[in-house]
Design a binder for this molecule. Structure first.
Ligand SMILES: [Zn+2]
Length: 252
């Protein structure tokens, strides 16, 4: 019993000492800068908070040059439809945000729009579950989309899309800012891929891949109907179609 009393006594002593030191520093600072400047200093600190909130809720700009790149894409893909790919981008991002909020990847797994992305999304959801992280995205609204890049190499064409949107965001993550009372204005960058030459694509694929639905092994030969690791039957995937291959929030 005596032991606990002395521990509590020591803790109180330490707290008191810290309090006194803080008070002395505050008084020193106050006498150095003067009471008026002290007020300015306090205001400056609260202004930083206001600026953060302002920046958080300021509508962001899309980065892109749609007209110019659209012409280039149409030369290679005469059937290409910009509005269609923008609406696919929006639909996909909504589905992803829903899956992350619900921590449920079942819809993504069975959706052919996510053949390149489902593994990554499932892993992210698993990771959130095991670290007890939650994220909520409410009242998602999209504003504008723009094509920000177009490349064609190694058997595949890639279109990069910049999108602006807003939502009420809340999370228990420490690495992301969240003001639950104001709407977050943000920007995402997504990529869509069209594989026009499967042979070149398999030699050079690096940044993403297609995986066996049974064992998760990367599928190197999509023209074969069986996984080379576990021999599961795989329905032939049509790669000659624009599919989302990556997405990221590019505004923190
Ligand atoms: Zn397999």
């Amino acid at each position: 019993m005596n032991f606990f009393i002395s521990v509590i006594g020591a803790l109180l002593g330490i707290l008191l000492a810290i309090g006194i030191v803080v008070f002395i520093i505050y008084c020193k600072l106050r006498s150095m800068v003067g009471p008026t400047n002290m007020k300015i200093l306090k205001n400056a600190i609260s202004n930083i908070k206001d600026l953060e909130r302002e920046e958080y809720s300021r509508e962001k700009n899309v980065k892109g040059m749609t007209k110019l790149l659209e012409e280039e894409i149409l030369r290679d893909f005469p059937d290409f439809n910009t509005e269609l790919i923008f609406s696919m981008c929006e639909t996909n991002l909504r589905k992803i945000l829903n899956a992350i909020e619900a921590q449920d990847d079942s819809k993504i797994k069975n959706d052919s729009n996510f053949i390149y992305l489902k593994k990554k999304i499932s892993e992210q959801i698993e990771d959130m579950k095991s670290n007890q992280i939650t994220e909520k995205y409410d009242n998602v609204e999209f504003y504008r989309h723009a094509i920000s890049a177009y490349t064609k190499k190694n058997g595949r064409a890639t279109i990069q899309i910049s999108s602006t949107l807003s939502y009420y965001y809340s999370t228990n993550r420490k690495d992301k800012k969240a003001f639950s009372d104001i709407k977050k204005q943000t920007r995402y960058t997504s990529e869509f891929v069209y594989v026009y030459d499967e042979t070149k694509f398999y030699e050079k694929q690096v940044s993403f891949s297609v995986h066996c639905p049974n064992c998760g092994a990367p599928l190197r030969k999509l023209n074969s109907n069986f996984c080379e690791y576990c021999s599961t039957y795989i329905e032939k995937i049509n790669l000659k179609i624009w599919k989302m291959s990556s997405y990221k929030e590019d505004y923190k």
